[in-house]
Each structure stands twice: as C-alpha cells, then as structure tokens.
Design a protein around this ligand. Structure first.
Ligand code: GUN
Ligand code: FE
Length: 473
C-alpha cells in the first residue's frame, strides 16, 4: 500500500494559533500543506517565498493579501439548536422562569419534524458562517427531530456533537418522557448517529478517513428535569457506550441549585448528583459551573470533567459571573459556549468578547491575587479553540495547526469589514501590527471577516464579503 501523503492544498501566509494556554504563535511567511484526508501534512515557518514563487504559482497557491490570516476553527462547546428562533429575545427572566415562559414552549414545537426541517438547516449554516467548525448541540427530547439535526450537520459537513435530550419531570407534559421510552429512543438516536458515516452513500472516501464528523452525545438536561431513575438510566448508557461524551447543565443559578438540593436531599451537592449517577467523568461537559464550591471543583478535577463557560448566557439570563481563572488555576478543563438562546448570540467571537468582560468584572471585584488577573487574548483564543478540543478529548485532532491534526480553519480577511478603517490604521505589518489586527478581529470583527471556513480540509463557507447573501444557504 502506498502510504505517502498526497497534498491536496497548500496555504501560504500568516497563521495564528495557540500553542499553550498563555501563548499564541504567529507564523509569518508560513506554508501549510493539507492532505487529501483533510489532515495537516506540514507547516513551514519563515519561508523565503521569493525563492519558491514559481513553484507556488505552478501549484496554484495564491499569494497572501495584507490583513489576511488563518486561524483554527472555533469550537462551541454548548449550544441549543432548537432555541435558535428565540436568540436575542426573552431576556427578562432568570433561568427557571425563562425555561417555563420561553424555552419549553419553543422546544415543544420540535415534536413536529417539519418544524425541525425548517429551523435546523439554518442553525448549522449560520454557525458555520460564524466560524463554528465544531458545535456541541442540545436538540430536544424528540427522536425524529434530533436525528434530523445530526443528519443536517453531517450533510453540511460541520463537526458536531448532537444530543437527544432526556427529561422526565418538572417540565410541561409535552416535554416529559417515561424513563423507558427516553432510554430506548436515546439508544436508537445513538445508533442512527453512529451509522451516519458508514451508511451515507453520498459520502466520498475523504469524509470516511480520520475522525468521525458527527458524534452522538448523551444529554440528560439537568438535575431539575431528570429524576434519579432517569439519571441512573442515562448513567448506564454512559457505561455501555463508553466512548461517547456526556453533556448537561451544572450550578448555573442560585434558585436552580436550591431546587436541586431539595430534589436530591441525600446527595451533598449538585456536582455529586451527576457523579453518583455515573455521569461525571473525562467525557463530561458541564455547562456553566458558576457557583461551584471548592469541594465540587475538586471533584470535577478528580474526574477530569470539563466546564463549558457560557458568559453571554450567564449575563443574559442573570445567572452570575463565572470565575474562569479559578477553574483554570484548579486545573479544570474549560471551553467556551454560546448557550444560545440563554445567550443572545450565536457566535464564538461574541463568547470570547463576553468572556473577556466577565473576567474583567471578576478582576475588578477580586481582592485575591490568585484570581485577580483578567483573561488575556492568548487565553481567550485558547478557550475558543484548544480548550474546546480538550473538553471533547480531541486535543490531538483539532484546536491548532499542529502537524497531523485535521484542518479546521478560518481564513480571516480584515479588508472585508463593512467599515475597514479600524483594521487599516496599521501600516507596515510588523510583528506587533499582525497581533493588533488579530486582536481587533477578535474584539471588533464578525462573520463578514471570514473569507473561508474549512472543516477537515473542506471549504464550507467562502467569500461572504459584503454581499449580504449567505453563501452556504
Ligand atoms: N438548564 C436546563 N436547561 C437549560 C437551557 O435550555 N438553557 C440554560 N441556559 N440552562 C438550562
Ligand atoms: Fe444550556
């Protein structure tokens, strides 16, 4: 067998990525080769392009334009696909009242597959358009609609983790299942999603190589809407399917925590509830984790579970401000989530900006030197890329431009801004300017600055520019 790598694409220019929590690498005059399976075959630094101009021209490699750079794709570690229609609305109530008033009624509509067919393709397109190359989705309790979301993500080529939600109490009748029905349908959902790749006849060889694109994720909603029997049954599924991840909500809102404590009076704290039911391990992604005690943080660390930090949502539905610095100091894995529509925005750029503000709020009210330092730009980029990869146990697959990883990337073009002036106040493009332009993109940019979005080497979005038209719809 010929095992030589066949190079399918070569990129030349500036590449920016995280090499550790507090260190960004800016690769200038870089050359990056991506093979036919979508993996990064080589990365060369400081290439004297003038010497190989002819070779590059022959290969059809385009020259770098000023203000362009490649970034690793963004990873949204917590979002609710079904809540997309509510994004940016219903921001007047805290969690439990917000669920009753706005969220549960909307989710009930997904009992109709036709509604899912209307909404889910838009969600996947919009997230890709915003640079989310990997999304970790909550669907709803409904089997057919959840399967449809997995199918849509797969067909559109987004890397996705999709969960059919489990819930059997403290919700309207339309969102309550029996434990038996819920477990049976969850298994059916898991089997369907796992088989997407092998069954798809539309899928070419390229997609079949490397890691799978769409993975099922066990999704007990939270300890308020799952009885102990339900949590235990999902915990048993987690044992049976010991290579698929788990997601839920944890310690988001003080009223929620008090309610959970009433529902599970014999279990010492919220985190332990998931632990005793077999749902807290190195495959678990717990959204929020705002009000955790020291012993809860120690347990999360011990189990090597991760926290999805959802700062926009934490502000929007008035849950609190998560002390991410403390989680990081404790050695807990942290990624970013939009938690749409608890969060009002769908973009991880917004999550980065909100995480920055949240960390500044913490910093201003903290007298503790250990937690006083607000999150730096390198740390925020890490959370949006490598941090998410770690939560998903994909740190050897995605998250930065290390050779051997799969090429999930964003081609940022700061000249496509509606108002390009702020990006082009810099001349000369020396080391500092590249970082300042990059910083401006992270804090002031948006999807109009994404010239292309790649998942596993495949271009999914291109040339958004200012046309106002969505190129993936
Ligand atoms: N806790 C349980 N369900 C939800 C949800 O849909 N959104 C948020 N933010 N928290 C939850
Ligand atoms: Fe959520």
């Amino acid at each position: 067998m010929d095992t030589r790598t066949e190079i399918a694409q070569i990129f030349h220019g500036t590449f920016i990525h995280s090499v550790s929590l507090d260190k960004l690498e800016v690769i200038k005059n870089g050359l990056m080769g991506v093979d036919t399976h979508g993996s990064i075959a080589f990365v060369e630094r400081e290439v004297d392009v003038s010497k190989i101009q002819e070779v590059l021209a022959k290969l059809g490699v385009e020259g770098e334009e000023k203000g362009q750079f490649l970034l690793p794709g963004f990873i949204d570690t917590h979002t609710h696909a079904a809540q997309y229609p509510n994004a940016g609305t219903g921001m007047d109530l805290p969690l439990l009242q917000w669920l009753d008033e706005y969220t549960f009624p909307l989710e009930s509509s997904f009992s109709m597959l036709s509604y899912a067919q209307k909404i889910y393709p838009i969600v996947v397109d919009q997230l890709l358009l915003n640079g989310t190359t990997t999304a970790v989705y909550f669907a709803t309790i409904h089997l057919e609609s959840s399967k449809y979301l997995a199918q849509v993500a797969f067909e559109k080529g987004q890397r996705a983790f999709v969960g059919k939600v489990n819930m059997d109490c403290n919700a309207p009748k339309s969102l309550i299942e029996s434990v038996e029905e819920s477990i049976q349908e969850t298994e059916s959902f898991v089997q369907y999603t796992l088989s997407l790749e092998s069954n798809a006849n539309k899928v070419d060889e390229h997609e079949k190589k490397g890691t799978r694109l769409v993975t099922p994720i066990l999704t007990p909603r939270f300890a308020v809407s799952c009885t102990s029997k339900m949590l235990e049954a999902v915990g048993n599924l987690a044992k049976k399917y010991d290579d698929i991840p788990i997601q839920s909500h944890l310690s988001e809102n003080r009223e929620e925590i008090a309610f959970v404590q009433k529902l599970f009076p014999d279990i010492e704290n919220y985190t332990k509830i998931y632990d005793v039911h077999g749902l807290l391990n190195d495959r678990s992604i717990m959204a929020h984790g705002i009000h955790l005690s020291e012993s809860e943080r120690a347990l999360i660390k011990e189990r090597n579970a991760g926290i999805s930090h959802c700062p926009n949502s934490n502000f929007t539905i008035l849950s609190g401000v998560c002390n991410v610095r403390q989680l990081l100091n404790d050695g807990i894995k942290v990624g970013l989530g939009t938690d749409m529509s608890g969060g009002s925005a769908k973009s991880i750029l917004n999550a980065v900006q909100s995480a920055s503000i949240a960390s500044r709020v913490i910093s201003m009210s903290s007298s503790n030197n250990e937690t006083k330092k607000h999150l730096s730009l390198p740390e925020l980029v890490y959370l949006a890329t490598m941090g998410g990869a770690q939560l998903l146990n994909l740190e050897n697959v995605i998250g930065n431009f290390q050779v051997g990883k799969e090429f999930d990337a964003l081609l940022v073009d700061t000249s496509t801004s509606i108002d390009p002036a702020p990006f082009h106040a810099f001349e000369g493009i020396d080391d500092n300017d590249v970082l300042r332009i990059f910083e401006k993109f992270m804090f002031l940019g948006d999807e109009r600055n994404l010239r292309a979005v790649y998942v596993k080497g495949r271009m999914k979005v291109h040339e958004y520019k200012n046309s106002g038209r969505c190129p993936v719809c």
